[in-house]
Design a protein around this ligand. Structure first.
Ligand SMILES: Nc1ncnc2c1ncn2[C@@H]1O[C@H](COP(=O)(O)OP(=O)(O)O)[C@@H](O)[C@H]1O
Ligand SMILES: [Mg+2]
Length: 252
């Protein structure tokens, strides 16, 4: 079971959009996917068609020991559990001594999935640390903006500090999103990502997710790109990215 964290300390880089469409693309290929929303903003939950947490249990309860069947929700492509403000308001629970393995331990009881996808918050707080301890793969999601590189650097440092708990973890690949090809700013940012990848023994995925209006529709309609327009270029971008990830994992 691959446990993959989508992460970057910078907000608005396309982490949630990428996690949702990756899960949907995997589901459409017949893979069994469980997604975990670890961001108190709960965008992943809302855009997966999730019930507001508070009325149902979710990630917070799962980390603290609730069984999967009590927290899991479903849509047509994948299973998921929803986040809510308790992750932030009661974050001291995840920062106490001995709490580093809570998510890993909870996941050790989970069976029957090919992939677990963790959508993380734009911070390097205790809850992101739990994700970096629990996962075996990390995808760094960067919008084509230089500030994303700083966020990636912070993610790299967080991985180093989790190394005692999760040795060998690295950023498997960098996904460039919101790409506007052929602009000077884009060219500069893409060069910087390639340099950063070389320094941290990672790669930049060949597929870039381009800036496309269909993703604004997805956010407005709270759904994935395949449900808005499965033949759109945005859907094709995420299909190509998903194929690339599957190929990359096959090699290891
Ligand atoms: N490829 C894209 N083209 C256009 N808009 C995008 C694209 N990817 C994401 N967005 C928009 O950018 C905003 C932030 O994306 P989101 O996935 O929520 O970022 P994060 O989870 O990193 O904070 C959302 O409004 C989303 O619709
Ligand atoms: Mg997000």
């Amino acid at each position: 079971m691959e446990i993959i964290a989508f992460s970057n300390k910078k907000g608005g880089t396309g982490k949630t959009t990428s996690a949702i469409n990756f899960c949907a693309a995997l589901g459409r290929k017949g893979h069994k996917v469980l997604a975990i929303d670890l961001d108190p903003q709960a965008n992943f939950t809302a855009d997966s068609g999730g019930e507001a947490i508070g009325t149902v249990a979710g990630t917070f309860d799962f980390i603290l020991g609730a069984p999967l069947e009590d927290v899991v929700q479903h849509n047509e492509y994948y299973d998921f559990m929803g986040a809510d403000k308790r992750i932030e308001n009661q974050r001291n629970k995840f920062e106490e001594k001995g709490s580093d393995f809570l998510l890993k331990k909870a996941l050790a009881k989970v069976e029957g999935y090919d992939f677990v996808v963790l959508d993380t918050a734009p911070s390097m707080s205790g809850i992101v640390f739990l994700a970096l301890v629990a996962c075996n793969r990390v995808i760094g999601v960067c919008d084509a903006d230089q500030r994303s590189v700083t966020g990636l650097g912070d993610l790299y440092s967080a991985i180093q500090s989790a190394a005692d708990y999760n040795p060998g973890l690295k950023i498997d690949g960098i996904l460039i999103t919101r790409d506007v090809p052929r602009t000077q700013a884009n060219k500069f940012a893409v060069d910087v990502f390639h340099q950063a990848a070389a320094q941290i023994n990672s790669i930049v995925f060949n597929t870039h997710i381009k800036e496309r209006t269909v993703f604004h529709q997805c956010t407005a309609l709270h759904t994935n790109v395949f449900n808005v327009d499965a033949r759109s270029d945005g859907a094709k971008d995420y299909e190509a990215f998903t194929d690339e990830v599957l190929e990359l994992f096959k090699k290891d």
